[in-house]
Design a protein around this ligand. Structure first.
Ligand code: AGP
Length: 606
């Protein structure tokens, strides 16, 4: 998963490419590179590390080319290094690539036999040599077509040619690609966000298509080379909030702005006058749906698990949840009365998109819960429920998790009411409780001091566990994921009742264990499980909600109590201290909080 950009213009393009690459860094940040063309010569600058380093390198030379391509990389084939950074070039072409070429080993063999010499360990380099090979006997368009036919796997490509002074070829299969239009210049980018500072006029390529961009024209072709007409979308000019402000990290900002994002989302969905939830234009009647399948990856998968809990509590529907990378290769039994819900912050996650695509191909009812409404997943779903969180830049998902849970919860209570599973009174009481959620989340943000002191034990630990039952189990998984990805501490989320079937053997003296036990239906059972780990030496950080009832347990190491509210809303509050636990642990260890090692914000390879 990488980010690509291309610009053909009448003026030098390197600084605009750098600016766009900075916006694409959420897709990968282990190396970056740029190639521009001037007077029939391709100039390349590449480096390991961030776009900032690339910018510094470029500032030392003059890159005056008026056509160019750029890339931010998340390594798949070959270590992160300057050599493996894109673009990859031959004497005649230069290529940037997002995706994976699955048959690169075979293609490389074929090309080496033809005398091509490879410089990098990447799969991408075969594309360079294939085009170079085909250009010997074919025109540009036929060379591209031949090259595309040879590739197996997923890709979005940007290609410039030594002999074509203002031309860029773009092509996509599996990975997203957008074309943008400007005055005497045109653009190619992995998403519209990267192009937003230059244009709001966008065309998205469909799977299998390629395009030829010149500074004053754009042509689109299908996979047979037939010209296709495509419409131009005008995106809103609204620039999201991409600034850290006074915060040290985007993640800190994104945690703190959760009361606002919750309020915004509630304002979008709740009709306060009629005490009702608006699901405008929901395309299916309630008797057309008898089951729901929720699909996502990582944090989004956890919000699916959370939604399963609510849907099961509140409705008569059959609910199942799947991890997108599993679902896409499973022998699924597609049922016409199932609703498939795809949850994704970015809307570009390759596995989630593939699962959606599979459902669309099987003519299923597809709905997505996304943050980025211009994303591929949103565009290709039959119905979209946006989470209205604004840009989430930190790689660790925080406000989007709360946003996903919120929208799925709103959806579950609306469906429950429409299907008659809950009466009007219960429905409207739940809506009323939701109206105070933003303030409750705001109060919970004050847990900083307590969390900071608890962090020390996590930072020094060999490993940790997060335990919960019922609605607290998905939150336990999410708390563990945050600690892993940010503080690089081994953390396992587990159903509290399952510990005795094996994981209890891991507990040893001083091991930090987070127990999530709100005073809900599962409370007493979870407290018993907590006793079992305390008895084996665990240092328990208990997260519960305020109550006048005493907790019948001794030797609890630390306790955090969130406000009282409807049981359904407690997961929102309990998530906050867990986000902070991961944040402060990473801060203490001096790690790169917004860009943890080995990760990327948007996972566009499978
Ligand atoms: C969470 O903190 C992650 N960085 C990751 O698990 C993420 O939620 C996952 O990759 C899915 O992303 P998406 O929501 O953009 O589809």
């Amino acid at each position: 998963m990488c980010g690509i950009i291309g610009i053909t213009s009448t003026k030098p393009v390197s600084s605009s490419i750098i600016n766009s690459l900075k916006k694409l860094e959420y897709r990968g940040y282990d190396s970056a590179g740029i190639a521009t063309l001037l007077d029939g010569k391709i100039n390349e600058v590449k480096c390991e590390g961030r776009v900032k380093a690339l910018e510094t390198n470029i500032s030392k030379i003059k890159m005056l080319g008026t056509v160019g391509i750029g890339h931010v990389r998340w390594a798949t084939h070959g270590v992160p290094s300057t050599l493996n950074a894109h673009p990859h070039s031959s004497e005649s072409v230069s290529v940037v690539h997002n995706g994976i070429i699955e048959n690169s080993t075979l293609l490389k063999k074929f090309l080496v036999e033809k005398g091509h010499k490879f410089k990098s360990q990447t799969d991408t380099e075969v594309i360079v040599h294939l085009i170079t090979e085909y250009l010997k006997e074919n025109d540009l368009k036929n060379s591209i077509l031949k090259m595309l036919k040879k590739l197996h796997g997923s890709f979005a490509l940007g290609i410039i040619f030594k002999d074509q002074p203002d031309l860029i070829v773009g092509a996509r299969r599996g990975s997203p690609l957008a074309v943008g239009y400007g005055p005497n210049e045109n653009y190619l980018g992995s998403d519209s966000y990267a192009l937003k500072s230059m244009t709001n006029k966008i065309t998205y390529l469909d799977d299998g298509e390629f395009c030829i961009l010149k500074k004053n024209s754009v042509e689109f072709f299908d996979d047979t080379g037939k010209k296709v007409n495509k419409s131009v979308l005008e995106l809103s000019n609204e620039e999201g909030d991409y600034d850290k402000g006074d915060y040290k990290h985007f993640m800190a900002k994104e945690i703190e702005e959760q009361p606002i994002t919750i309020k915004n989302c509630i304002n979008e969905y709740i009709d306060k006058i009629n005490n009702d939830i608006n699901l405008l234009n929901f395309p299916w009647k309630q008797n057309e749906i008898s089951s729901i399948v929720l699909i996502g990856c990582g944090t989004a998968y956890h919000s699916c698990l959370m939604a399963k809990h609510w849907f099961e509590q509140l409705t008569d529907l059959d609910i199942s949840v799947d991890i997108a990378s599993e679902f896409r290769y499973r022998k699924n039994k597609f049922k016409s009365e199932s609703l498939y819900i795809f949850v994704s912050q970015s809307g570009e996650t390759a596995d989630t998109y593939a699962a959606l695509d599979l459902c669309n191909k099987n003519k299923m009812k597809t709905c997505s819960v996304v943050n980025v409404v211009e994303s591929s997943i949103a565009r290709d779903s039959k119905f979209v429920l946006p989470i209205h969180c604004g840009p989430e830049i930190g790689v660790a998902s925080t406000k989007a998790f709360l946003g996903q849970m919120l929208v799925l919860y709103l959806f579950s209570i609306k469906i429950a009411f429409v299907r008659g599973s809950i009466d009007k009174d219960k429905y409207q009481t739940k809506i009323k409780s939701l109206l105070s959620l933003a303030d409750l989340v705001k109060n919970t943000l004050d847990t900083d001091n307590q969390i900071q002191s608890a962090c020390n034990s996590f930072v020094d630990a060999k490993g940790s566990m997060f335990l919960g039952r019922g609605s607290s189990f998905p939150i336990a998984l999410e708390g563990a994921l945050k600690l892993k990805e940010l503080a690089y501490i081994h953390a396992e989320g587990y159903p509290a009742g399952e510990m005795k079937h094996g994981p209890l053997a891991l507990i040893e003296d001083g091991m930090p264990v987070v127990v999530i036990a709100p005073r809900d239906y599962y409370y007493n059972k979870t407290i018993s499980n907590m006793q079992e780990v305390i008895a084996r030496g665990a240092k328990v950080l208990l997260i519960t909600n305020k109550s006048t009832d005493e907790i019948f347990s001794e030797n609890i190491w630390q306790k955090i109590e969130v406000e009282n509210t409807d049981d359904d809303l407690l997961p929102f509050l309990i998530t906050i201290p867990l986000q902070k636990l991961a944040y402060h642990s990473a801060l203490k260890k001096g790690y790169d909080i917004d860009k943890p090692r080995n990760l990327a914000k948007s996972v566009t390879v499978e």
